[in-house]
Design a protein around this ligand. Structure first.
Ligand code: ADP
Length: 982
């Protein structure tokens, strides 16, 4: 601030003013002079020239002025000389200046003006300004400039704005005089532009008295320095110190640069007093210190004062440098960091490591979420936003960074609000279900009902379907078909043995290797928010050590709760209400009750031989053949072979084993064909011909897809290739086997390509699988434990059981252990559960009562210790349906009578002999058929269940429905009781 003020004071060495010609030349060199030059206007030099002659009270004549002008020019020529002569002032002394004994007093508010320096001031007082202009016109451009004293009581070091300046402008006459320092400078007014007046200092003055009030005019004494000895050592030393300090300051301080040139040019010319004035004038010292220098007439003391000022200046300059350096260091440190970071980025980009870059990462996440922004719930958007900010703040190598990155990855990848269009077209669904599965009409009907309700309601949510049944009956594949029919994505996960709740609910993010739960993983993998999720083996849910998987699953499935399903990892609620859940189970009794409550059970009991034949023929065989790349005309599996396979190898309820066996057969056939030299390259040409035919028929644009997918069509197209009747005949002649069935369907469709193909086929023998050579393909039939006896011996009766694997038949055998008066007892073996053990005890008691009634003299139960066994002892058995079988077995032994041939029964007996209903009628019936049972006994309460069965299941069975054990007794031991045959 102070320095700026100093610079604004437009400082010039006095010699320019003293030598106008030189000044004019200098004007071109110094920018500041140029400025002043413009202020002066074109007449500047003339004025300067005249100034030598005129002062305010000058009465010199024009001729004198001209002489003075010439003299001034002479002075210029002898510049050095003039300067050295003018030892008392910077401006060469002129007689006219000496005559200026009464001058207008101008107040200087900021600094005193030193001789030889310019200073612009602003004159607000119009009257004063006018007088100054007049004076200049009268070629008397002189005035006195005096520093204004501070008002009493104010601190000169405190800046208070322009208040004091204002008050000075208002002061007049004596009041103003009082506020002026006595010692000032005689100034020449070099230019007036508006209210700006440029002053050039000439010599020191002292006010003696006031002459006029307005404008304030004062009488002055011209001051001269005290005489001194130029060669005084102390004086010299002091001046040298001033010079070296000045040099130092000018070198270090950038603010003083303007003065450097002047200094360098004129320092040699300066005498001691001018050196002192120069130092004080260019220093940033406060006005009072400067005034002190101005007032000092002792040259040595003046030099010393100046030295103090500029020494102080140097300290300030050093401080300024230190500050500048510190700031520069800070800035350059930041810059360096920035630069290195930029370089690092560039290097990473170059090395292809950019993906790890935070910005690239967040750009990726932002791009992902940008696409979903409209559908994404606001609370999720907010979390993503927060996490993105967090990501930017974290160190890329920190573990929290990778946690946040993974979290954002999951959050942004989920299909927020992205739904596939649901298809509620019942006909379309029917088509798809039939396409994928044979039979199961009741199951399909239930599914269609479900879809119909969905159509009417506009949504299929809110219900959980549970498909129950033995393994391999098609539960999973039906689930897949439902998804296809509804046009939903399909996702399957098994909860069998699941004990960790985190599998469903996810881990908390803070764990190492934390993962979200299955549902979130599902949504990520399917990419839609309304998939069909198949939860497999829900009856085998494990027991958790911490937390109950069943309740976690309930939270997931319950339509009330899953609108806001909260995964621990994701930590934001997700809406699962649009997800359609389908569960599968083998035994519904094992499903936790709260879950079972919310489910709609659709039971699939298993297949009878006839159904298995169809499934094998129309689905399994076809798929397997395609999977093995075998053409229909290259192979034939006869009905007899299939039947043998089903009856002797695959007697379980489902068809998975059957599928395996068929695969086994086809793999063997494939090997055989290849050994014969067949290579079935994919027949592109024939396929494309078929495609173009189809699409040209204009049916639909998706014809190609349909054909590629639909095995039936593909078969047909292959069949089309073997339609040449001639070659067909040849086929029949050459090969001793029947022609492929499909050929008959495509007769008449002649195709030359097909003929060529067929010619190739001719050479190979068609592989025929018949019941006679079935063993070659699938090995010997496995031993069937279900039918041990052709005719059951005394004490052995066939019962019907229902297990997770479907229905099955089992024998119950009783034999005598030892006889003795009152030794009647019962020993049990065969891995029986508690329920069955109790059943056996009850049977023992009820059997005894029945025998007492039928043969009152028979003491068998009282005297014989019995052993009851259920074969296949390695399989644990339990269930409340073997009671009547056990009684019958004991009675048979007691009476020494075998039961009726091909009879099987099921039902639990109370102590009073009443028969209780059982479950799994269909499964048991199917199992009985498999074991070639002809007569069946069911509890009367189960008649309705039986009646609902498909007629092909009931066909040919003699079924009895009984209320009491007495009826069973009659049926088993006397075959003349009333019967009912379906
Ligand atoms: P589950 O889930 O009940 O154990 P899957 O769905 O895995 O049984 O079925 C086993 C195989 O049997 C699948 O290849 C399926 O296509 C086939 N399958 C089952 N039932 C039928 C059926 N009715 N029609 C056609 N294929 C069937």
């Amino acid at each position: 601030m102070l320095r700026a003020a100093a610079a604004a004071a437009a400082i010039f060495p006095a010699r320019f003013a003293a030598a106008p010609a030189v000044a004019a030349a200098e004007e071109l060199r110094s920018p500041l002079l140029r400025v002043i030059g413009t202020l002066r206007g074109g007449r500047g030099s003339v004025l300067l020239g005249r100034r030598a002659r005129f002062c305010s009270n000058s009465s010199a004549s024009d001729s004198e002025a001209a002489a003075a002008e010439a003299k001034a020019e002479d002075a210029t020529a002898a510049e050095g000389e003039a300067d050295s002569k003018a030892s008392s002032a910077i401006v060469p002394t002129s007689t006219n200046i000496d005559d200026c004994l009464s001058v207008i007093a101008l107040p200087l508010p900021h600094r005193p003006l030193f001789p030889g320096f310019y200073m612009p001031i602003y004159v607000k007082d119009q009257k004063l300004l006018q007088v100054l202009i007049e004076n200049r016109k009268r070629s008397a451009p002189y005035a006195g400039a005096f520093l204004v004293k501070d008002e009493e009581g104010t601190d000169p070091n405190i800046v208070t704005g322009s208040d004091s300046e204002k008050s000075i402008d208002d002061l007049k006459g004596k009041d103003l005089l009082k506020r002026l320092h006595e010692v000032g400078t005689l100034v020449q007014i070099t230019s007036i532009q508006g209210d700006q007046v440029v002053l050039l200092g000439h010599r020191r003055l002292r006010i003696t008295e006031m002459v006029e009030e307005d404008p304030l005019t004062v009488k002055v004494d011209h001051l001269k320095e005290n005489p001194y000895n130029k060669d005084d050592d102390v004086m010299k030393a002091t001046s040298f110190e001033v010079i070296s300090t000045l040099r130092e300051v000018l070198r270090t301080s950038s603010l003083w640069k303007d003065h450097v040139q002047t200094y360098q040019q004129h320092i040699g010319d300066f005498n001691y007093q001018r050196l002192a004035d120069f130092g004080a004038a260019i220093s940033g010292a406060n006005k009072l210190h400067c005034q002190e220098v101005l007032e000092e007439l002792d040259v040595y003391r003046r030099l010393k004062l100046t030295l103090e000022l500029i020494k102080k200046e140097m300290e300030i300059s050093k401080l300024q440098q230190a500050i500048a350096k510190a700031i520069e260091e800070k800035i350059s440190g930041d810059q360096r960091r920035y630069l290195l970071n930029e370089q690092l980025k560039a290097i990473k980009k170059e090395l292809g490591l950019e993906t790890d870059d935070k910005t690239a990462l967040s750009a990726k996440f932002k791009e992902r979420i940008e696409l979903k922004k409209d559908k994404c719930p606001p609370h999720v958007l907010q979390v993503i936003e927060e996490e993105l900010t967090k990501l930017q703040l974290l160190e890329a190598s920190s573990s929290e960074f990778s946690v946040t990155r993974n979290y954002l990855d999951w959050l942004t990848v989920l299909p927020w609000g992205n739904y596939s269009d649901e298809n509620f077209d019942v006909h379309h669904a029917q088509k798809i279900l039939d396409e994928d599965h044979y039979g199961l009409s009741d199951v399909k009907e239930r599914i269609l009902e479900f879809i119909a309700v969905g159509k009417l309601r506009g949504t299929s949510q809110g219900k959980i379907i549970c498909l129950s049944g033995p393994p391999g009956v098609g539960k999973t594949s039906i689930g897949r078909s439902i998804a296809r029919a509804l046009n939903r994505q399909f996702y399957r996960f098994s909860v069998g043995g699941l004990a960790d709740v985190a599998e469903i609910k996810g881990h908390r993010r803070t764990y190492v290797g934390a993962m979200p739960g299955k549902m979130v993983q599902c949504l990520k993998s399917v990419g839609t928010a309304n998939p069909l999720v198949l939860i497999d083996e829900i009856d085998k849910l494990g027991k958790g050590h911490s937390g109950d998987p069943a309740s976690a699953l309930l939270e997931l499935l319950d339509p009330e709760q899953n609108v806001n399903f909260l995964d621990h990892y994701l930590d934001v609620p997700i809406d699962l209400s649009k997800v359609l859940f389908v569960c599968t189970a083998n035994v519904i009794e094992m499903i936790p009750n709260p879950l079972l409550d919310r489910m709609e059970i659709i039971a699939i009991a298993g297949y009878i031989t006839d159904e298995k034949m169809h499934i094998a023929r129309d689905y399994l065989e076809k798929n397997t053949r395609q999977a093995c790349g075998i053409k229909p005309q290259q192979v034939e599996v006869t009905d007899a072979a299939l039947l043998a396979l089903i009856e002797n190898y695959c007697r379980e309820a489902g068809v998975r084993n059957l599928q395996k066996q068929i695969e086994k057969i086809y793999r063997k056939i494939a090997l055989q064909l290849v050994r014969q030299g067949v290579s079935n390259e994919p027949d592109q040409e024939s396929l494309s011909v078929t495609v173009s035919e189809e699409s040209s028929s204009g049916d639909s644009t998706t014809a190609k897809d349909e054909i590629l997918k639909d095995p039936a069509v593909e078969d047909a197209s292959v069949a089309n290739n073997v339609t040449n009747p001639a070659s067909e005949e040849a086929n029949e002649v050459n090969l001793t086997t029947e022609a492929p069935k499909e050929d008959s369907t495509s007769k008449g469709n002649k195709d030359t390509d097909g003929a060529a193909e067929d010619a190739a086929d001719k050479a190979i023998e068609k592989v025929v699988v018949d019941s006679s050579n079935l063993g070659d393909f699938v090995g010997k039939p496995v031993f069937q434990a279900e039918r041990i006896y052709e005719q059951t011996p005394v004490g052995v009766v066939m019962g019907l059981a229902w297990t997770a694997m479907g229905g099955s038949t089992l024998y119950i055998e009783t034999t005598k252990v030892e006889e003795g008066e009152g030794k009647g007892a019962l020993v049990l073996t065969g891995q029986l559960g508690d329920v069955m053990k109790e059943s056996a005890q009850i049977a023992h008691t009820v059997g005894r009562a029945v025998l007492l009634e039928k043969e009152p003299d028979n003491q068998f139960f009282a005297n014989w210790k019995l052993h009851l066994h259920v074969p296949a002892g390695s399989t644990p058995k339990d269930g409340p349906s073997a009671g009547c079988t056990m009684i019958t077995s004991m009675l048979s032994l007691a009476m020494g009578k075998p039961v009726k041939k091909d009879l099987a029964m099921t039902g639990e007996v109370t102590l009073t002999g009443r028969i209780l209903p059982i479950g799994g009628v269909k499964e048991k019936t199917i199992a009985a058929r498999r074991s070639a049972i002809k007569t069946l006994i069911f509890p009367a309460a189960n008649k309705r269940d039986f009646d609902e069965l498909a007629s092909n299941v009931k066909e040919g069975l003699e079924v009895h429905f009984v209320d009491t054990y007495g009826e069973i007794y009659d049926l088993a031991f006397q075959s003349d009781a009333g019967t009912e045959t379906s």
